[in-house]
Design a protein around this ligand. Structure first.
Ligand code: ZN
Ligand code: ZN
Length: 57
């Protein structure tokens, strides 16, 4: 059996927790966020934390 590796690919940088429900992936860097967090960030004019590209929803 391979050793357990913790991959935090479903980690949302906005609420700093595991992504729940629908996932939004940044169009540029592919960073995943909760769809709800991405919507909220878009309304507040906040870009992707990683690459600073605006959210397109
Ligand atoms: Zn989130
Ligand atoms: Zn990005």
């Amino acid at each position: 059996m391979p050793p357990p590796i913790e991959i935090k690919k479903d980690f949302c940088l906005f609420h700093k927790g595991q992504i729940k429900g629908d996932v939004y992936e940044c169009k540029k860097c592919g960073q995943p966020y909760c769809l709800e967090c991405a919507k909220k960030a878009s309304l507040e004019g906040k870009p992707c934390i990683k690459c600073k590209l605006a959210f397109f929803l």
